[in-house]
Design a protein around this ligand. Structure first.
Ligand code: NAI
Length: 270
């Protein structure tokens, strides 16, 4: 199995390290417009693979030749949030970056991480022309991990942003705050996202059919269509299959409001 990572910055390089630990991958390619950065990260990761006694071919550079025939391409290229910034403020610039990357990919499946992730997943789906099960986004696994760190139980769904939806809504503000704390303190996030990407890549590569919260393109499920939003999905080597989960009362109302937030951002795209 071959995984390509587009964007070898803080999260992209850590994601490669995480995938190396979690998934039985044979090849990892890192592509970044900063070619030397991708090459350097690949070299460093190659040393890590040797130390771990893992037989993985790792390449880096600024050309897409090394990313040909990928089973999974993970897009983590683009601008990150600066302290005080919301994810949607990144939408225009990062949509242009996603649109420039998609035509260069030679891949079966695309996992989108770039923020605002649900909107960028929608952009990748539209630009790639792939079936919807092949294009999905990472946000819910991370939000759920953070929610559990606060004592919450169950899955975090909806937008990977401030309108996210969780079983215990009283934890909502705390969840936003702990995420902002990481960004304020270390000017970005890295290990949490990387581990979450690793979990999703593992489910794809090892065909585990695990049910994970993923940003999926909906086509009537939950009464919604024309957007990507966080829902439970079965993740396998074929991609994602939406699982319909009964939402009730406040959770259902909040999920619809979250969908409206994403749709508004999609409509505002350049
Ligand atoms: P970073 O600035 O460390 O890395 C971004 C990399 O993208 C840079 O190395 C840059 O050279 C590269 N890049 C920019 N344009 C490119 C292009 N056209 N082709 C290839 N590479 C390109 O940023 P970081 O912290 O790694 O974050 C990356 C993205 O991931 C941001 O949008 C951030 O908001 C998002 N993110 C999403 C998370 C999620 O849960 N979905 C969690 C953490 C970050």
């Amino acid at each position: 199995m071959k995984v390509s990572i587009i964007g070898a910055g803080r999260v992209g390089s850590a994601a490669a390290f995480s995938i190396m630990h979690l998934a039985s991958v044979n090849e990892i390619s890192l592509v970044d417009i900063m070619g030397d950065l991708a090459k350097g990260e690949a070299l460093d990761l190659e040393h890590a693979a040797n130390a771990l006694d893992r037989d993985i071919v790792i390449m880096g550079g600024d050309g897409y030749g090394i990313a040909q025939e990928s089973d999974l391409s993970i897009i983590i290229a683009g601008k990150p949030r600066a302290p005080g910034m919301t994810r949607d403020q990144l939408a225009g610039d990062n949509a242009r970056i996603i649109k420039s990357i998609i035509p260069k990919l030679d891949t079966d499946k695309i996992l989108v991480v770039t923020n605002p992730m649900d909107v960028m997943t929608w952009v990748a789906f539209k630009e790639s022309g792939k079936p919807r099960e092949k294009v999905f986004g990472m946000g819910g696994v991370l939000d759920t991990a953070r929610y559990h760190s606060l004592g919450g139980e169950g899955l975090v769904l909806g937008e990977h942003g401030d309108s996210k939806v969780m079983p215990d809504a009283s934890l909502a503000q705390k969840l936003i705050d702990i995420n902002n704390d990481v960004i304020t303190l270390k000017k970005g996030t890295c290990y949490g996202p990387a581990a979450s990407i690793g979990i999703m890549a593992q489910a794809v590569i090892e065909d585990t059919h695990s049910v994970l919260p993923c940003s999926c393109i909906l086509d009537g499920e939950y009464g919604l269509e024309g957007l990507a939003i966080g829902v439970p999905a079965e993740v396998s080597s074929n991609g994602v299959k939406v699982v319909e989960y009964p939402l009730q009362g406040e959770q259902e109302r909040d999920f619809r409001m979250s969908a409206d937030v994403i749709r508004k951002m999609i409509r505002a795209l350049p």
